[in-house]
Ligand binder design. Structure first.
Ligand code: ZN
Length: 117
C-alpha cells in the first residue's frame, strides 16, 4: 500500500512506503522550483491542483473539500486583513505561516479560525 498524503493515509513503516507509489508512471509531480526552475519529477498523483508527490502536495483531500465549502463572503472579508494580521492568527493557532496571501487566507478559513477582530 502506498503512502499517499492526499487521502490522509497513515504512514506506517513496513505497511506503507514512501517511494514506489504504484500509480501510473506518467503521473509525475509537476512541481518546479521557482529559483532553479528544476522539475521535481517524483511520482505524483492526481489532485485538484495537478499532479503532485507527497512532498509537494499543497492540500489534502479533506482540505480540498473544506476549500470547496469556503464562503465567498468570508474570502473577501479575510482579504481585507493585512498579511501580518493573517500570520499572527496562524501563529496563535499553531499553524504554518508560509506561502502567499491567498495561501494564508485559505489556511485560516479551512481551519475555521475566527478572523474577525
Ligand atoms: Zn514533487
Amino acid at each position: 500500500m502506498p503512502y499517499i498524503k492526499y487521502y490522509d493515509v497513515k504512514n506506517i513503516p513496513g505497511v506503507t512506503c514512501e517511494t514506489g507509489i504504484q500509480l501510473n508512471e506518467n503521473n509525475l509531480c509537476s512541481y518546479s522550483c521557482k529559483k532553479t526552475l528544476c522539475k521535481c519529477n517524483n511520482l505524483g498523483y492526481n489532485t485538484k491542483h495537478g499532479f503532485f508527490c507527497n512532498k509537494h502536495i499543497k492540500y489534502t483531500f479533506k482540505e480540498d473539500e473544506e476549500i470547496e465549502k469556503i464562503d465567498n463572503k468570508d474570502l473577501l472579508n479575510c482579504k481585507k486583513l493585512p498579511i501580518y494580521q493573517l500570520k499572527k492568527l496562524l501563529k496563535q493557532n499553531n499553524l504554518k505561516q508560509t506561502g502567499n496571501k491567498e495561501d494564508l487566507i485559505i489556511r485560516i478559513l479551512i481551519n475555521k479560525i475566527d478572523y474577525t477582530i
